[in-house]
Design a protein around this ligand. Structure first.
Ligand SMILES: Cc1ncc(COP(=O)(O)O)c(C=O)c1O
Length: 156
């Protein structure tokens, strides 16, 4: 990964906050998240005065990511889509095909942020090289937790 593509911060909460402050105008733009998911996305949106839109993850579907549901909920105001994989607190990985479908559909419209804070605890490898690839809507591949730091119960 190119050095200019990296942001080094004090934990990934800071990166989430900076993304919302950088891409969302107060009172105009919106953030889209899955529910339930890590609460920092909603908090950062609230601090910035951005609208928060949610797409439910259904237990009956194994909390799977539904790309069509996300795209249907995306208004022109949505500038950031946060996808957490493995998701906190449900612990499941999101389908890479669904993530890429969302990123492709939102290309040049919104930034898709994939938070992989708990990827070390999952049967998957980090996706930064797969999502990076220069497509304008894909971003931020990961917010790794240092080895040894606790994972949420659901991700263990
Ligand atoms: C999914 C997820 N992303 C990011 C963070 C923030 O991590 P950090 O401690 O690096 O700020 C957490 C913390 O619990 C988290 O659960």
């Amino acid at each position: 990964m190119a050095p200019e593509a990296l942001l080094v911060g004090r934990g990934s909460d800071e990166a989430i906050d900076l993304l919302v402050r950088s891409f969302c105008r107060a009172g105009e733009d919106a953030v889209l998240t899955l529910t339930p998911t890590f609460g920092m996305y909603a908090l950062a949106a609230r601090i910035q005065g951005a609208q928060l839109l949610g797409v439910p993850l259904r237990a009956s579907a194994g909390f799977a990511l539904d790309a069509n549901a996300v795209l249907a909920r995306c208004t022109p105001a949505v500038k950031l889509v946060f996808l957490c994989s493995p998701n906190n607190p449900t612990g499941n990985l999101l389908s890479e095909a669904a993530i890429l479908a969302i990123a492709d559909a939102l290309s040049a419209r919104a930034l898709v942020v994939v938070d992989e804070a708990y990827i070390e605890f999952a049967a998957a490898t980090a996706s930064r090289n797969r999502y990076g690839g220069g497509r304008s809507s894909r971003c931020c591949a990961r917010c790794p937790r240092p080895t040894g730091s606790p994972a949420p119960a659901a991700a263990r």
